[in-house]
Design a protein around this ligand. Structure first.
Ligand SMILES: *Cc1c(COP(=O)(O)O)cnc(C)c1O
Length: 356
């Protein structure tokens, strides 16, 4: 009686094509965190078969895991060069996104030792203040080109801080800063937009876009209807239905108390499955399209729903996440974003992939 997570690979491919059609450059796929929880082992080869030539992950180990599945694609590690592991990148043709002079020196040392031109992406920080070279540090690099000798500069990239809010003036500021940086490296290809950035217009287009969330159905334009196809559905069968009288409390801490004779359906899904405890009494599942409110607290392995207004029976499935109530909607209910909903999706779900 476990929950089933269904992932529509056809919708995934449709989303990648939709994003690719928005700009003249190439379109990578960001598949970090196991493709935002959907399973990089299925997502990456599916997108490669559809024509995607570039993949980004966060960790070297994520890159190594997908390398055999996308043998002809470029794979880059956003978190950079893992200390002491340069040889692993070279052996598997994996590109580090270099974000500091120290990393650059280590990568260059590897290139010198091998007398090989190693592929490199340089990360310019234009406003995230997490990783990457500041514009001043990049100017130093430009003035001292020897620091790049032996490296093949594939892309100069940066990352947007507020792209999902087109009204935020910081977007244009980052675009200006990035243009000033790229002007110092004429002829070097650029990589700029994430999912939302692709919808901000030509100032945010570059040689390579790096969408993640929108591929998986998250709305890249939160102020307007979602242009992406839904990819993920989570359903779970009802274990039991309990008839309770007014005044009966349900679950831990008596967080919800019935005000009318009620039918309470219990599902084998809980916060240990990434069905966040913050959803307690804040969201609804669907039965035959009818909203059924979550009542009481989400517990570790079980959650309760009020199905009084339906004819749901034990064994019937409730939809916890689906086209009518997707990751973005659940995120609003939980006070988070759709990214956290997807990357939290549990390991205990039975996973079903709908082939392209
Ligand atoms: C995660 C990430 C992306 C993808 O962002 P989405 O908002 O999911 O499209 C792109 N670039 C960098 C540097 C990232 O960390």
């Amino acid at each position: 009686m476990t929950a089933t997570l269904t992932i529509d690979l056809g919708a995934l491919v449709a989303n990648w094509r939709r994003l690719a059609a928005l700009h003249p450059g190439a379109t990578a796929a960001v598949v970090k965190a196991d493709a935002y929880g959907l399973g990089a082992a299925r997502v990456a080869p599916t997108l490669a078969a559809a024509g995607c030539r570039h993949f980004f992950v966060a960790h070297l180990d994520e890159a190594l895991a997908i390398r055999p599945l996308v043998p002809a694609a470029a794979i880059a590690v956003l978190n950079g060069l893992a200390a002491g592991r340069a040889a692993d990148y070279v052996a598997q043709d994996i590109t580090p996104v270099i974000g500091s002079l120290a990393e650059l020196a280590a990568w260059q040392e590897e290139a010198a030792a091998r007398r090989e031109n190693l592929p490199t992406i340089l990360h310019a920080d234009t406003g995230m203040a997490r990783l990457g070279f500041s514009p001043d540090e990049l100017a130093v690099l430009r003035a001292e080109p020897a620091r790049l000798a032996g490296l093949r500069l594939d892309y100069l990239m940066t990352h947007l801080a507020c792209a999902e809010d087109p009204a935020d003036p910081f977007n244009a500021e980052q675009a200006r800063t990035f243009r000033a940086v790229t002007a110092q490296f004429p002829g070097v290809p650029t990589s700029f937009a994430n999912s939302s950035g692709l919808f901000l217009g030509p100032d945010f287009h570059a040689d390579l876009a790096r969408p993640g969330a929108a591929l998986y159905g998250i709305n890249p334009t939160p102020a307007t209807p979602n242009p992406m196809a839904p990819v993920v559905t989570l359903t779970a069968p009802i274990l039991q239905i309990r008839e309770v009288q007014p005044g009966t409390s349900v679950g831990y801490n008596r967080y919800w108390i019935a005000r009318r004779p009620s039918r309470i359906a219990t599902l084998a899904v809980g916060y240990a499955d990434g069905y966040l405890r913050a959803l307690s009494s804040k969201t609804a599942a669907r039965f035959d399209g009818i909203p059924v409110p979550l009542v009481g607290r989400v517990s570790m392995d079980l959650t309760t729903f009020d199905v009084t207004d339906t004819h749901a029976q034990p064994g019937d499935a409730l939809t916890l996440l689906g086209p009518q109530h997707g990751a973005d909607a659940l995120a609003i209910d939980a006070g988070t974003n759709g990214y956290e909903i997807l990357t939290s999706l549990g390991r205990r779900y039975q996973r079903r992939y709908i082939a392209v």
